[in-house]
Design a protein around this ligand. Structure first.
Ligand SMILES: Cc1cc2nc3c(=O)[nH]c(=O)nc-3n(C[C@H](O)[C@H](O)[C@H](O)COP(=O)(O)OP(=O)(O)OC[C@H]3O[C@@H](n4cnc5c(N)ncnc54)[C@H](O)[C@@H]3O)c2cc1C
Length: 628
């Protein structure tokens, strides 16, 4: 069973530039970050691909641009994906991002995949999911468990611009997919007969290939090996044995074509089986670790646009003879939203790189990032909506994209394991991690926290269903030790030290409570208290990611990310989210963070760790006349 993507050695990043991935302020399409000198080839390719993609997407405010706000809002109102935009994505060969490099695609780093897709999600989550990522969610099962022929076929399909749909879930069972009833029974000649329904499936009616999660155990013999994954070519299906069911209209990602299938004694050949019969749950759970890790890092782009839209509004709207952004509440909200984006990106970075560096621990980090990031982003957007005022309710014009991103974001919390299901994955692991790892674990390698640089090949065979160790928590403790030691003794670091101490004290409390969880709390019927513990744990992971990203940048001599003020702001936000009493030294550095937001806004740079150049003209420094 193949399961290795990428053969790039883990470089330890000796040659990586000081600013992480892309601090370019140059033109989209140009080789970023000082010409990319000194970067390893993989990192350079990711940066070039991101820059080329941004150039393709063009100026979001240009009328007639298929990736512009106006066109995307119109397509959303119609409930369609723009044909022109999809054609451009096909010409850009976006699907190559989902295909392993050894099969002709670009996929070898999961952090790179999140970064390349982020510009598209900055424009439109419907296109992000509907054109592309759905195919990746399906294909990953084939990359992880398929044979050479299936891998080759899938690579050819995607590289030829085709689509795959993924059909795991069934309405009757929701997140509890191991109870699914859609069946694949032996047809007597080596193949299978498919029977049943799958509902709420993205691209159901327009995918050339289907990845189906099916019950293959005989009736009455259900167990952990009851299900299998099948890869089916829709063109080869007998027409009278299956049909696509009615489309579902959704609140967000309205352009996505979500429908279902109904099968009745539909014959498929033996070679449809992916991996071994009965291996479906294991393939699904391994695949989910990759997909849950990577998708939050993509959708962060939507929150970037939400923040940018509010900055645009707040700098141009005049009230009380000043701009809205002169109001302290608006300033604090904007600065906090930016800080939350950095917190989210830090945990996204650690989670996507953990898939390569700490695959044995990914099950818990994937669930943590999938749970926490959409939640923080949605909270940030709610706060931003207050600054936008009544314009939050306007569906077109200058600020119409805001409500679209607010509607689109929750899709990430719903689809592909809901938030509660992610917490439910974390909870049973907490007592064991607390006992074994939270006082004496091995910290993560520093490469986990680097915003670029080579990674070991992804080996899906090493993804296990329960983590035995917790390197991110150990890295929080290691950071605390380092900050207390002579190496980081400077008085200017007192606020970081105090905040990390506060997080370590919280870890001690969470640990005690996790150790006290009873057997009942390790099941799906866990108490609300256990869910709250999972929430606090994910915030501690985020805090660890932030302080360690900062330490890595400090070592590398970075610019903004090496400055202690951002990490003080980030850890202060994490402590606030945890509801902790803030140490005296805590500081959101609102003014400084706001200045960074405005600098990036005016110069057209992204609100994430990568600080990349965005397409479109520079924003005029002078506040525009009030529009309303
Ligand atoms: C736009 C859209 C596109 C989709 N596309 C696809 C697709 O392409 N392929 C696909 O397979 N599916 C797809 N889905 C289905 C999606 O994955 C389902 O949402 C998923 O099956 C979860 O079902 P449910 O939300 O109905 O939750 P249910 O499992 O019915 O859960 C309802 C509630 O019960 C509670 N709950 C459930 N499980 C747990 C748990 N373990 N612990 C604690 N509480 C729990 C939670 O409060 C949860 O919100 C899509 C959904 C949407 C909205």
């Amino acid at each position: 069973m193949l399961s290795r993507l990428n053969d790039t050695p883990c470089s330890g990043d000796p040659a990586e530039g000081p600013h992480g991935a892309g601090t370019t302020h140059g033109q989209a399409g140009a080789t970023p970050d000082h010409g990319g000198v000194g970067l390893d080839a993989g990192e350079r390719q990711i940066r070039e691909r991101v820059a080329a993609f941004e150039e393709l997407l063009g100026d979001p405010h240009e009328a007639g641009n298929p990736f512009g706000n106006a066109a995307l809002l119109e397509a959303d109102e119609r409930g369609e994906l723009s044909v022109e935009a999809e054609r451009a994505l096909a010409a850009f060969r976006l699907n190559d991002e989902f295909v392993p490099r050894e099969l002709g695609g670009n996929l070898d780093r999961i952090d790179g995949l999140a970064r390349v897709l982020r510009p598209l999600f900055r424009r439109d989550a419907s296109l992000g999911l509907g054109y592309g990522v759905t195919s990746f969610l399906a294909a990953i099962a084939v990359w992880a468990a398929g044979d050479e022929a299936q891998r080759g076929r899938t690579a050819d399909l995607l590289r030829g611009g085709g689509r795959l749909a993924i059909a795991y879930h069934e309405l009757a069972h929701g997140n509890d997919f191991v109870r699914n009833e859609f069946s694949a029974r032996p047809d007597g000649s080596g193949g299978y007969l498919l029977d049943g329904r799958k509902d709420v499936i993205n691209n159901a009616g327009r995918a050339e290939g289907l990845v189906l999660f099916c019950l293959t155990a005989p009736p009455g013999q259900r167990g952990p090996r009851s299900h299998s994954v099948l890869l089916v070519d829709t063109a080869g299906l007998p027409e009278d044995a299956w049909r696509v069911t009615d489309r579902y209209r959704t609140v967000g990602v309205r352009g996505c074509q979500v429908a279902g299938f109904s099968f009745e004694r539909c014959r498929v050949p033996a070679d449809a089986l992916v991996g071994r019969q009965g291996g479906g749950v294991e393939t699904a759970l391994r695949s989910f670790q990759i997909t849950r890790s990577v998708v939050p890092g993509m959708v962060l782009g939507g929150a970037d646009t939400a923040l940018r839209t509010v900055v645009r509004f707040a700098t141009s709207r005049e009230l009380y003879r000043r701009s809205v952004l002169d109001i302290p509440h608006a300033q604090a909200t904007v600065a906090s939203a930016f800080t939350d984006l950095l917190v989210c990106d830090s945990i996204c970075l650690a989670a996507t790189r953990a898939v390569h560096l700490l695959p044995e621990q990914t099950s818990v980090y994937a669930a943590a990032v999938k749970y926490l990031v959409p939640k923080l982003l949605q909270d940030a957007c709610y706060n931003l909506s207050i600054v936008l005022g009544a314009n939050f309710y306007v569906r077109d014009g200058d600020y119409g994209v805001f409500q679209k991103h607010v509607r689109d974001l929750p899709m990430v919390s719903l689809g592909h394991a809901g938030s509660a299901a992610c917490q439910a994955t974390i909870i049973p692991q907490l007592p064991r991690l607390a006992r074994r790892s939270w006082t004496q674990g091995t910290p993560a390698p520093e490469a986990l926290f680097r915003t670029g640089g080579g990674l070991p090949a992804l080996d899906t065979d090493r993804l296990v269903l329960a983590a035995e160790d917790d390197a991110l928590v150990a890295s929080l403790l290691a950071a605390a030790d380092r900050l207390e030691g002579p190496r980081e003794a400077g008085a200017e670091l007192a606020p970081v030290r105090a905040l990390v101490r506060a997080l370590v004290a919280e870890l001690t409390r969470v640990r005690e409570e996790c150790l006290a969880l009873g057997p009942h709390d390790r099941t799906a019927m866990a108490s609300p208290h256990a869910y709250a513990l999972a929430d606090r744990y994910t915030l501690l992971l985020a805090g660890s990611a932030c302080v360690n990203v900062w330490l890595a940048q400090r070592q590398d001599g970075g610019d903004f990310l090496a400055d202690p003020r951002w990490v003080v702001a980030a850890l202060t936000r994490v402590c606030r989210h945890l509801g902790l009493p803030l140490p005296e030294e805590a500081d959101e550095h609102s003014e400084w963070m706001l200045a960074e937001v405005l600098g990036r806004y005016h110069e057209g740079r992204s609100f994430d760790l990568y600080d990349t150049h965005l397409a479109g003209p520079l924003v005029d420094d002078e506040p525009a006349a009030a529009r309303h």
